[in-house]
Design a protein around this ligand. Structure first.
Ligand code: ADP
Ligand code: ASP
Ligand code: MG
Length: 414
């Protein structure tokens, strides 16, 4: 008998018929003699609908109340799912994050899981029930409801798998696994059979939303092998596991894009020591993650600072920056949220020169202007106008021949 955690995303539970199909699939696995813990997302589109409603109520919605609202979508699916299981002759019980004590910190809308009390779950598993847990939510020590950030149900699933010492953690979604790029925008995208935690972390951090980055971090920390696969087929998906020798031969493993980006430029800032700290500390204190930063020097001891923040935090970040800019004597602040970040990722890049220049060349050939660049050992990212996202992804995927099974190996020939 195995203990299996299965997570189903929004499109997998988008309507009553789909919820029933998922219930049947889980029940089949339970009837084979497995203990089943199921984590569900809200029905597709629901969380976005809540965000939209909140935006109509308050310019910058109160984070605590936002979490009360956002967490409600998952409450609907877990209850309906438990009903469907019972209707199919099985037994199930649903729980919200606070009922199974998924304890988080207090960072509303992007909380981190601190601890999970598995007692109640284990009790019901022992009684032969399918335990259904709401994804994406938790509770603080003060009993305030929190959410884990968009896409956070993956994190709930992996955290539960780690806490329960589950034998398997399966993430069911609307594609058959992790691909070399988003298969919904690039027809030649190829499914990756096995990928290392580190490479998946990089893909997820750069926008491959098939797995939430925090779920990959937890999987790596607790050595949980994660199987990403389709809800709608039986096909074997992608295994996210520890790095294996065979994997090292990949030169570029993926192309990612993120449209959750916005740019802020502070112009003509006095160029004195401590200015970056004065500007960025108040932003990061609110939990907003600053990504790329560019500083240009101007004549006359003045400088311009340009940086990116998640588009979802743009309005909040802009408000903070405008206040600080006035304090530090900057001339002006401007920004835009119609940008995207395109990245190429691969551990094979460590030993290979010229990858970045190929990327710049491909974007130039397509007439796409690069606004910002950032590189690390295993990735190159460029900020471009959002409207060119799909074009850039396809052109880069083709240029690096990622659709082909055997990519060029790295220079060490490993
Ligand atoms: P769920 O609701 O099941 O959590 P998501 O929409 O969060 O599903 O994630 C699945 C989607 O991720 C796919 O439909 C696909 O468009 C997108 N995606 C982006 N990059 C990749 C990639 N490299 N491989 C697979 N899917 C990707
Ligand atoms: N429902 C949440 C969202 O849309 C969590 C998730 O789907 O993982 O972000
Ligand atoms: Mg998701």
């Amino acid at each position: 008998m195995a203990l299996i955690v299965q997570k189903f995303g929004g499109t997998s539970v988008a309507n009553p018929e789909k919820i029933r199909n998922v219930a049947k699939r889980v029940l089949k696995k339970a009837r084979e003699g497995n203990q089943m813990v199921v984590v569900l997302s809200a029905m597709a589109g629901e969380t976005n609908r809540f965000v939209n409603l909140a935006d109509q109520m308050q310019k910058i919605p109160d984070p605590r109340e936002m979490d009360v609202l956002l967490s409600s979508g998952e409450q609907v699916t877990i209850a309906l799912f438990a009903m469907a299981v019972k209707d199919e002759g099985g037994d199930a019980i649903s729980f919200l994050g606070d009922q199974v004590k998924i304890i988080t910190d207090t960072m509303h809308t992007k909380a981190r899981i601190r601890n999970i009390d598995t007692e109640r779950i284990n009790k019901h598993l022992a009684q032969g029930k399918i335990v259904v847990v709401a994804g994406f939510q938790g509770v603080t020590d003060n009993e305030d409801i929190t959410t884990l950030g968009r896409g956070g149900s993956d994190t709930t699933a992996v955290a539960l798998a780690a806490a329960l010492k589950a034998d398997q953690c399966e993430i069911f979604t609307d594609v058959e696994g992790v691909y070399t790029t988003d298969p919904n925008i690039c027809a030649s995208a190829r499914k990756i059979d096995r990928i290392s935690y580190d490479e998946m972390l990089e893909l997820a951090s750069l926008g491959a939303k098939v797995l939430d980055i925090r779920s990959v971090g937890l999987a790596k920390k607790f050595k949980v092998p994660v199987h990403v696969r389709s809800t709608f087929t039986e096909t074997e998906g992608t295994w996210v596991v520890e790095e294996e020798k065979k994997m090292e031969s990949m030169l570029v493993s993926g192309v990612t894009y993120s449209k959750n980006e916005a740019r802020i430029t502070v112009s003509r800032v006095p160029d004195t020591p401590g200015i970056a700290s004065k500007l960025f500390t108040p932003i990061s204190d609110t939990g907003i993650i600053i990504d790329m930063i560019i500083q240009n020097t101007r004549a006359g001891d003045l400088t311009d600072m340009t940086f990116t923040v998640p588009r979802t935090d743009y309005v909040r970040a802009m408000k903070i920056v405008e206040e600080i800019a006035a304090e530090i004597g900057a001339e002006s602040v401007n920004g835009s949220d119609d940008i995207a970040k395109i990245s190429i990722v691969g551990v094979g890049m460590r030993n290979h020169a010229g990858i970045a220049t190929t990327m710049f060349h491909v974007l130039a050939r397509e007439g796409i202007n690069i606004m910002m660049i950032s590189t690390s050992e295993i990735k190159v990212s460029c900020v471009i106008a959002e409207k060119y996202t799909e074009l850039a992804v396809r052109a880069l995927h083709d240029a690096f021949e990622m659709g082909k099974e055997n990519q060029p190996v790295d220079e060490t020939g490993q």
